[in-house]
Design a protein around this ligand. Structure first.
Ligand code: NAP
Length: 236
C-alpha cells in the first residue's frame, strides 16, 4: 500500500498509471520538471528505480483491477492537477478465437479500471480544475481484423472520455484522448509476436513522442482543451 498522497510541495501533482515502463514511464519523465508525481504500476522495483531518478516522484503501487485497493490508495488524495491513464493491456485475436475471459481481462484494465480510478479521483480533480489524459490508440478509431476485443475496449475508452469531458466541463476539468499508432514498447513487442511479425522499433513511434502530446495537452492555455490528439509514425 502506498503512502497517503499529501505533499508539502507547492508544485502541482500528477498521477500517471502504467508508469513502470513504456509510454507511462516516458510521460512521467516528461512531466517531472513541472509536477510532483505519483507513479502507478505493480512492478515495485521499476517504480522505485524511476522514482529515484525523478525528484518529487514516488511509487504509487496498485493493481488497477482491484477496486478495494483503488479505494485505499486514492483515499489521501484531495487535490490532483493531472491524471494520466497509461496502464493497459493489448490482447489480440479474432472474434472466433477470443473467449469471454479475454474480453473481460481486456475491458477490466482498459475500461473499468479507468472509470473507477477516475470516479474516485474526481473530487480531487475538480478541486484543482485538473486535466485527465487517456492514452487511447489508433484502434480506438478504427477496428481491424484480429483486434476486436482490444479495439472495442479502446472505442469504449473514447466514449468514456467524451462523456466525461461533457459532464465535467462545468467543473473546469479538461479531458484529452491521445490516439497513438504503434509505439516502441514491451506491449508492441508482444503485439508483433502475436501477429507473427518482426519487432522493429525504428518503424514505430517513440514513447517520448507520445509523452510530448500529453505535455502539450496539460500545458494548453486555460481557454482551450485538446479533445483528441492523433499520432502516427512517419518512419523518418
Ligand atoms: P506496456 O509497456 O505493456 O506497459 C503497460 C503498463 O500498464 C505497465 O506499466 C503495467 O504496469 C501497467 N498495467 C497493466 N495492467 C495493470 C494493472 N492491472 N494494474 C496496474 N497497472 C497495470 O504498454 P505501453 O505500450 O506503454 O502502453 C501504454 C498504453 O498505451 C496502453 O493503454 C496501450 O493500450 C496504449 N497504446 C500502446 C501502443 C503501443 O504500440 N505500444 C499504441 C497505442 C496505444 P505493471 O506491469 O507494473 O503492473
Amino acid at each position: 500500500m502506498s503512502e497517503p498522497a499529501r505533499t508539502s510541495s507547492t508544485r502541482p501533482l500528477a498521477l500517471v498509471t502504467g508508469a513502470s515502463r513504456g509510454i507511462g514511464a516516458a510521460v512521467a519523465r516528461a512531466l517531472a520538471p513541472r509536477y510532483d508525481l505519483l507513479l502507478g504500476g505493480r512492478d515495485t522495483d521499476a517504480l522505485a528505480e524511476l522514482a529515484a531518478e525523478l525528484p518529487g516522484a514516488r511509487p504509487w503501487p496498485a493493481d488497477l483491477t482491484d477496486p478495494a485497493a483503488l479505494a485505499t490508495v486514492t483515499a489521501g488524495i484531495d487535490r490532483l492537477d493531472v491524471l494520466v491513464h497509461c496502464a493497459g493491456v493489448g490482447l489480440l485475436g479474432t472474434v472466433a478465437e477470443t473467449d469471454a475471459d479475454t474480453w473481460r481481462r481486456q475491458f477490466d484494465v482498459n475500461v473499468v479500471a479507468v472509470a473507477e480510478l477516475t470516479r474516485l479521483l474526481l473530487p480531487a480533480l475538480r478541486a484543482a480544475r485538473g486535466d485527465v489524459v487517456l492514452i487511447n490508440s489508433g484502434a480506438g478509431i478504427t477496428a481491424r481484423p484480429g483486434w476486436a476485443s482490444y479495439a472495442a475496449s479502446k472505442f469504449a475508452l473514447r466514449a468514456f472520455a467524451d462523456a466525461l469531458r461533457a459532464e465535467e466541463a462545468g467543473n473546469g476539468v479538461r479531458v484529452t484522448s491521445v490516439h497513438p499508432g504503434r509505439v516502441a514498447t514491451e506491449m508492441q513487442r508482444g503485439v508483433v509476436a502475436q501477429e507473427g511479425g518482426e519487432y522493429d522499433p525504428d518503424r514505430y513511434l517513440r514513447p517520448e513522442s507520445v509523452a510530448g502530446a500529453v505535455l502539450l495537452a496539460v500545458t494548453a492555455p486555460d481557454d482551450a482543451v485538446l479533445t483528441e490528439v492523433v499520432l502516427r509514425p512517419t518512419g523518418r
